[in-house]
Design a binder for this molecule. Structure first.
Ligand code: IMP
Ligand code: MG
Length: 186
């Protein structure tokens, strides 16, 4: 059973330390949701959750969105089981709704190199939305390699691997309610 001791988790040789608590996540998500609601108060946007990583963020964000909206889901794979981006993005599940002429907001867990967001932009802009933006829970600004806009984000974090709150290591640890960061030197 997964039971973080003193808010650290040891996985093989790696030690992860608590980095963003549940309370910090909820407070910041509420703030960002309020900004989005204000920006989109005159329209009915479609929020597109990128699976699997953004599922928890999507859920908490949606609970704080107080305007009319729709939701849909898209699934990409890029990391495989490694801690470094493979540099390849595959579309595993496309959206089902029509976004032509609509305001669309992609909901991401993290922008790392920016490749996934660049890939989704190219894909979704081809479907002619009125406006396409992103809200990302985390941004690793130092790691960005592609020219991408990040319209809304909750936390700008250093270039260190993180797990929890939807983010995985080899598909595990997504169920942790807070975010843990790989300790330097581990
Ligand atoms: P990008 O395409 O390099 O921007 O990577 C984006 C995707 O890689 C994210 O949506 C995550 O699924 C995954 N990713 C990037 N950094 C991390 C991390 O520190 N932990 C877990 N997953 C990550
Ligand atoms: Mg993702």
């Amino acid at each position: 059973m997964l039971q973080p001791k003193n808010k650290t988790i040891t996985i093989g040789d790696d030690v992860f330390e608590i980095y963003i608590s549940d309370e910090q996540l909820q407070k910041r998500i509420k703030e960002v949701a309020e900004i989005i609601c204000n920006d989109y108060k005159d329209t009915v946007p479609v929020f597109i959750c990128t699976l699997n990583g953004a599922f928890m963020f999507m859920s908490d964000l949606m609970k704080n969105i107080t305007i009319e909206c729709e939701v849909d889901f898209l699934k990409l794979s890029s990391y495989g089981d490694a801690k470094l981006s493979s540099g390849n993005v595959k579309l595993l599940k496309n959206i089902d709704c029509k976004i032509e002429g609509r305001d669309v907001i992609v909901v991401e867990d993290i922008v790392d190199t920016g490749l996934s967001w660049k890939y989704m932009k190219d894909l979704l802009l081809g479907l002619k939305p009125k406006c396409l933006k992103i809200v990302s829970l985390l941004v690793k600004r130092e790691a960005i390699k592609y020219v991408v806009n990040i319209d809304y984000y909750c936390f700008d974090i250093p270039n260190k691997f993180v797990i929890g709150y939807g983010l995985d290591l080899a598909q595990k640890y997504r169920n942790l309610p807070e975010i843990y960061q790989l300790k330097s030197g581990s």
